[in-house]
Design a protein around this ligand. Structure first.
Ligand SMILES: [Mn+2]
Length: 286
């Protein structure tokens, strides 16, 4: 690129500002899902996908890579049904199923955590041996929340209903109802912050893994832009180390990064989320 081009060009609004993105050649499909209906504390995750994409346009790793475009294709935003129910999840499941039928890797950007179920249900149809690795401050294991079984607070319970093995890491906020459920002995593989027993995490995952990262797994010092921040979370390098090891030993077949709730003018958390998406893609494509 010559100097003149550098100052005149426009940057497309997609993940990594990739010029002439090509669906056929892409391996990863980014699906922005600005779904923000059942949030319990601070709302605003509907702005999350756009903030991640905007920040991703500053990724140095991709900036000068014009000759060899990174194999990512970004869909337009998926506007889901506004109800806090099954319809929204069904719509998303269909979108993800379509991406899988073309042998591509679906990567959802939230939006609230409820959207994970759409991705997991679609992947379960393709990979019977699927397990879910959740990085989160919360367990999201309530049977019902605000009159719905499909909210962000119920998403892991719905996944467990499907008999999909789960591993939950970074947990540090457990409500009394979930504590009772835990005592029933029905769930295992809960690893509370600050420990990340990597070997145990790997042992309890199946071969094919769906990775869901609720950004509140990070310490709120580096990730204040979430709806329900909890102190004492994980650090950047710890999370990357875990994901890299999982990607090496297992087959990550789909992923999401959810719950970014941007704070106007504060771009560092948005950039953390964008860089995390890029790192997950790099580890997965290997
Ligand atoms: Mn969550």
């Amino acid at each position: 690129m010559n100097k003149k081009d550098y100052y005149l060009q426009t940057w497309p609004f997609n993940f990594g500002a990739i010029k002439n993105q090509d669906f056929k050649k892409s391996k990863v499909v980014i699906v922005p899902v600005p779904y923000d209906i059942t949030t319990s504390w601070r709302g605003g995750t509907r702005e999350g996908p756009r903030a991640i994409i905007n920040a991703s346009r500053q990724l140095d790793e991709l900036f000068f890579d014009e000759g060899n475009p990174f194999p990512i294709f970004t869909f337009d935003e998926s506007e889901l049904s506004c109800g806090p129910g099954r319809e929204a999840i069904d719509g998303l499941k269909e979108v993800v199923g379509d991406i899988l039928s073309k042998d591509k890797f679906p990567f959802l950007l939230g939006g609230e955590h409820s959207i994970t179920l759409g991705g997991v249900e679609a992947l379960k149809e393709k990979h019977s041996n699927l397990s879910v690795l959740q990085l989160d401050a919360h367990l999201d294991l309530l049977d019902e929340y605000c009159g719905s079984r499909y909210t962000h607070a119920c998403v892991m319970r719905r996944i467990q209903d499907l008999k999909i093995p789960t591993v939950q890491v970074g947990i540090r906020s457990i409500d009394p109802e979930t504590e009772d459920y835990m005592k029933s002995g029905k769930i295992k593989n809960i690893f509370q912050a600050p420990k990340i027993p990597v070997e145990k995490v790997l042992e309890n995952l199946t071969e094919d893994v769906y990775l869901t990262v609720d950004l509140d797994v990070f310490d709120s010092g580096i990730m204040p832009s979430v709806g329900t921040p909890v102190p004492g979370g994980l650090g950047w390098y710890e999370v990357l180390d875990l994901i890299e090891k999982v990607a090496k030993k297992k087959n990550i077949v789909g992923a999401d990064v959810v719950e970014l709730c941007p704070i106007p003018g504060m771009v560092a958390p948005d950039f953390l989320a964008a860089k995390l998406v890029y790192k997950i893609i790099s580890y997965t494509l290997k």
